[in-house]
Design a protein around this ligand. Structure first.
Ligand SMILES: Nc1ncnc2c1ncn2[C@@H]1O[C@H](COP(=O)(O)OP(=O)(O)O)[C@@H](O)[C@H]1O
Ligand SMILES: [Mg+2]
Length: 261
């Protein structure tokens, strides 16, 4: 998948907000790309456009030689809010993926249960989301994003609201599932550690208007063990990303500060 020269302008009271300004980004089959950048730099805008959920003002997104012009049926998406339906059990929330596509759910129940088991949620398959913690709810949302075996996965700060330990556990689960399935992933975060832990390549964006400011290739084999975070090579990568972000987060000439969260 490839984004070329993406720009996005939003109308605003006294003119336009330029959210993206000439973003080029390619994701190879099976590649895991993390996007790191300060709040408001255009990460969500870029992800939304690449997933076909919004149109760019300029530039285009293609998969192979096919232009992306609408929501991608072959994609999985996951956001910071889990968006589970409270009146459906966990299993039926996962199976929603098929119902939304007008497909029968029965042939996929087994697969839904397997996935829930893989993320340690089989005991809760018949329970309702309101009975679950935030981390458990995101596990269900992860299963729902993966149940139809999407070759492409778009994730926008999916673990941003979770405590550090739960987040690490979910990073490990996602890392394993994506690597085993060979899924191409676009993962947006402002967490340096999770960006590097998961990705083959971490792309750093500049503050608005969003541009790609640089990238770091994380050459460690995937999936990675939790303690890769202590590996000197990993530490060197996160250090480099921290410096790149600090550079990008500096107040611009207008006096605007990029990072507000
Ligand atoms: N629908 C919209 N209408 C107007 N402005 C928007 C809209 N969506 C995003 N923006 C603006 O575009 C910029 C980038 O937003 P966003 O992509 O959400 O950033 P990020 O995800 O990196 O925090 C921000 O200044 C935001 O206020
Ligand atoms: Mg965002």
């Amino acid at each position: 998948m490839r984004a070329a020269g993406l720009t996005k302008e939003f109308p605003s009271g006294d003119g336009t907000i330029v959210a993206l300004d000439g973003v080029d980004l390619a994701i190879a089959p099976g590649e895991f790309v993390s996007v790191l950048g300060p709040s408001g730099c255009g990460k969500s805008t870029m992800l939304t456009i690449m997933a076909g959920l919004d149109a760019p003002t300029g530039g285009e997104v293609t998969i192979g030689d096919r232009p992306v012009t609408g929501p991608l049926l072959e994609a999985g998406v996951m956001f910071q809010r889990d968006l589970l339906l409270d009146w459906r059990t966990c299993e039926d929330n996962v199976l929603l993926q098929f119902q939304m596509r007008g497909l029968p759910t029965a042939p996929h129940r087994e697969r839904a249960r397997e996935l829930l088991e893989m993320v340690g949620m089989s005991r809760f398959a018949r329970r309702f989301p309101r009975e679950l913690s935030g981390g458990m709810r995101q596990r269900v949302a992860l299963c729902r994003a993966l149940v139809h075996r999407p070759p492409l996965l778009f994730m926008d700060e999916p673990f941003g609201a979770l405590d550090a330990l739960t987040r690490e556990n979910l990073n490990a689960e996602l890392g394993g599932l994506a690597a085993r399935a060979g899924t191409s992933v676009l993962f947006v975060t402002h967490g340096i550690d999770e960006a590097a832990f998961l990705a083959d390549r971490v792309v750093v964006m500049s503050p608005r208007p969003g541009r790609i400011a640089g990238e770091v290739r994380i050459g460690l084999p995937r999936p990675r063990p939790v303690d890769v975070r202590e590996d000197p090579e990993f530490v060197a990568h996160t250090g480099r990303l921290r410096r790149m972000l600090a550079q990008e987060g500096r107040p611009a000439a207008t006096g605007e500060v990029g990072a507000d969260a």
